[in-house]
Write a protein that binds this ligand. Structure first.
Ligand code: ADP
Ligand code: AMP
Length: 216
């Protein structure tokens, strides 16, 4: 099964993908995570992407298309992938369609997490993750069970993303509305678009996604 999660920054794509990948054996591929790894490694792509990401704008399509094209052909994505943060433009979606058609791979679901953009600034401002294992948390909506200790790995160091500042979040939300929202009619026309209420509590969103994927 191959699935795309779509929604503005803060919609819950990463949170839900972490859970779904365990239940359904899908490989979670986040282009944001891949780009942050390139930045951390100081690679040519990372150097090109860093300033753009810091401003909250989208990195050029050709970089992303090459990156995801190399990634989805790796053996660990052969049983199915769960894309988070890609595609983000119609150009990226068209390139993905071509890649999948060339490999006779079908896209089963494009799931839109439907949220109110105004609530996303609060969600993103409270987001943090474990420095050791990457597990995601929120100051209000998903605290660690024991203060200061990661539920997943027991790590005690946490990080916040530099682009999660409120002013950058607003630019990222505008980029979503202008450049990514046109994907919704694109996938609707292909008959693969499903919608799930992303404003519900985290566990309820997971349950709804589970029902949708089990029915597949
Ligand atoms: P995305 O990957 O779509 O940018 P995240 O999954 O990182 O979004 O979620 C953003 C923040 O909001 C995280 O801190 C997460 O814990 C929290 N969050 C995710 N889903 C919900 C939800 N349904 N209700 C409340 N908070 C949520
Ligand atoms: P995310 O982790 O999905 O919130 O992505 C963080 C940042 O990485 C975005 O604000 C963009 O600058 C960049 N990025 C991630 N995925 C893409 C994509 N598919 N196309 C363009 N830019 C991307």
């Amino acid at each position: 099964m191959n699935v795309i999660l779509v929604g503005p920054p803060g919609a819950g794509k990463g949170t839900q993908a972490q859970r779904l990948q365990e239940t359904y054996g899908l490989k979670h591929l986040s282009t944001g995570d891949m780009l942050r790894a390139e930045v951390a490694a100081g690679s040519a792509v990372g150097r090109q992407a860093k300033a753009i990401m810091d401003r909250g704008e989208l990195v050029p399509d050709e970089i992303l298309i090459k990156m995801i094209g190399e990634r989805i052909t790796q053996p660990d994505a052969a049983k199915g992938f769960l894309l988070d943060g890609f595609p983000r433009t119609v150009g990226q979606a068209e390139a993905l369609d071509q890649m999948l058609a060339g490999r006779k791979v079908t896209l089963d679901h494009v799931i839109q997490l439907v949220v109110n953009n105004d609530a996303m600034v609060e969600r993103i401002s409270g987001r943090f993750s474990c420095k050791t294992c990457g597990a995601g948390y929120h100051d209000t909506f998903k605290k660690t069970k024991k203060p200061g200790v990661c539920d997943a790995c027991g790590g005690t160091e946490f990080v916040r993303r530099p682009d999660d500042k409120p002013e950058t979040v607003r630019t990222r939300l505008e980029a979503y509305d202008r450049q990514t929202a046109p994907l919704l009619p694109y996938y609707q026309a292909k008959g693969v678009l499903r919608a799930v209420d992303g404003m519900a509590a985290i566990d309820d969103v997971t349950k709804k996604l589970g029902l949708l994927l089990k029915a597949a």
